[in-house]
Design a protein around this ligand. Sequence first.
Ligand code: F6P
Length: 320
Amino acid sequence: MKRLAILTSGGDCSGMNATIRAAARTAIANDIEMIGYRRGFSGLLKNDYIVLDSRAVSGVLQRGGTFLQSARSAEFRTPEGQQKALGNLLKEKVDGLIVIGGDGSLNGALALDKLGFPVIGIPASIDNDIAYTEMALGVDTALNNIIYAVDCIKDTANSHDRAFIVEVMGRNSGYLASTTAIATGAEFAIVPEVEFDLSTMCQQLHHRYEEGRTNALIIMAEGAGRAQDIADSIKDAVGFETRVTVLGHYQRGGAPSVFDRLLGSRFGRKAVELLLTGSKGVMVGLVANSLNSTLLEMVINGGQKKLNEDLIRMSDILGI
Ligand code: F6P
């Protein structure tokens, strides 16, 4: 192998830069050139890339986001787009590609694998909904961001006798909401995976209100309903004055945590080593604190990682 390529695709997250840096430097240590496509598969289709020599990846480790930038490409989802991407990789004499991203991006990686091109996937999504890895890149930093914000909100909730609904990311995944609820001492977590009974929650909150508790905190995943509707119901049924805070894209940025810097560095290095030893069509994953690899086919066809419902049970028990 003489030349490898890397790209970041889909929603960005903290730790992507650490991963690019580690992959580039591992390649360089093995006398291999690394190039980085800009804006994910869109850059691959436009043949828009930069050479990632050691200096190009210097000073990026501690920065959030991705300096290669990211995008979602509709053209790459078509068979014609995928053929064009393959043509560009072959024309540029790229021997292997590393794709950093969430399920959509790993699906794109699988498409290139099916065309016979050597690809390695790296799971990156704050939703932590990718199977065959206990943690995806960016999750830990997002949780630290969220917890900082929720602790601030708890201070003001305490001062004003209010119930707060805090909406966190996760269109289809309640991982962020349930772990945040445990780590911030919230009364309830509302997640898309578990059916939720508004009237039971209101009764429990009312009971607490009568006991003299002056505030409440509910963490809700964005895909679990409309936070304002829940807030209105609590106000009507319980009596708490309510406020809603939507944390939005704040959650995805910021300097990566130590965990994400290390995870990204490990993932990046491992991806290059896998290509060098002839592996392809696999995703790197973290299981029991060791790195392993799983066929992309299994990752994609197995569907979204299931939420560990014990997290919900735990947040219910601890929130009472
Ligand atoms: O998949 C990661 C994620 O952050 C989701 O939690 C969220 O619903 C989505 O991306 C937001 O996407 P966009 O940045 O395109 O608005």
